[in-house]
Write a protein that binds this ligand. Structure first.
Ligand code: PGA
Length: 258
């Protein structure tokens, strides 16, 4: 983390878990643990679409920002089943995860659709959390840095310099997601630093220095402190451990280290 130059972000990704009626109880439990202590990081919960209005209401006084897990690249119209950036914005949503590996893998998201969604989100004033990361096969073949470079460059294609620093990146090695197998802090730091180098090449040192790069993949209350101690890891995108308020709060507290 480097709190002098950029925001630390601890973001939960609930994936397809929790119903609207479960949101309030979660928020109350989180409130009872976190209290009103000074928080040195931005806290975000990315919830399923139908949970969002309840999440916006329940998390407001906790200063937890609410994010969606996907969004349409189109502004409106005949796209059955889709949700637009304007709808999210109107609902009080501030963030949106774009290009999570589960969406790339199961729902045919491509670098092109990721880029279109990033542009749409930024245009609407939503902060995109763009996920990138290699498969185990790519890592074994030594392709990690090249592959992640391509994903980062594709996501940022056509993003204006003044908007680039709004893009949050999450490095999520596919082999670490939901597997209990976390990247070592050295592996995670190497790729997060590389992402910053790519941003520097595209937008210059000031933007790169201000860009938040998160790590995701089996992050939990046991390994968070060490991961967050790395200079280029500015927070976490947390799946499984974000479903339990006590575990999520412990990661938030790990981000509060000096
Ligand atoms: P995990 O998920 O923490 O359950 O590994 C992370 C993610 O997919 O964002």
């Amino acid at each position: 983390m480097n709190r002098k130059y950029r925001t630390t972000v601890i973001a939960g990704n609930w994936k397809m878990n929790k119903t609207p009626s479960e949101v309030k109880g979660y928020a109350e439990e989180l409130r009872s643990i976190l209290g009103s202590r000074v928080k040195w990081c931005d806290i975000v919960i990315c919830a399923p679409f139908v949970d969002l209005p309840m999440a916006v209401r329940s998390f407001r006084d906790l200063k937890v920002g609410v994010g969606a897990q996907n969004v349409s690249q189109f502004p409106s119209g005949a796209y059955t089943g889709e949700v637009s950036v304007g709808m999210l914005k109107d609902a009080g949503v501030k963030y949106v995860i774009i290009g999570h590996s589960e969406r790339r893998q199961y729902f045919a998201e491509t670098d092109e659709s990721v880029n279109a969604k990033v542009l749409a989100a930024l245009e609407a004033g939503l902060q995109p959390i763009v996920c990138v990361g290699e498969s185990l096969d790519q890592r074994d073949r030594g392709l990690t840095l090249d592959f992640v470079s391509c994903q980062v460059k594709a996501a940022l294609c056509g993003v204006a310099p003044e908007k680039a620093r709004k893009v949050i990146f999450a490095y999520e090695p596919i082999w670490a997601i939901g597997t209990g197998r976390t990247a070592t802090s050295e592996q995670a730091e190497e790729v997060c630093r590389h992402i910053r180098t790519i941003v520097r090449g595209l937008y210059g040192a000031r933007t790169a220095r201000a860009t938040s790069v998160l790590y995701g993949g089996s992050m939990n209350d046991q390994n968070a402190f060490e991961l967050l101690a790395q200079p280029d890891i500015d927070g976490g995108l947390i799946g499984g451990a974000s479903l339990v308020p006590a575990k999520f709060a412990a990661i938030v507290n790990a981000a509060n280290q000096e």
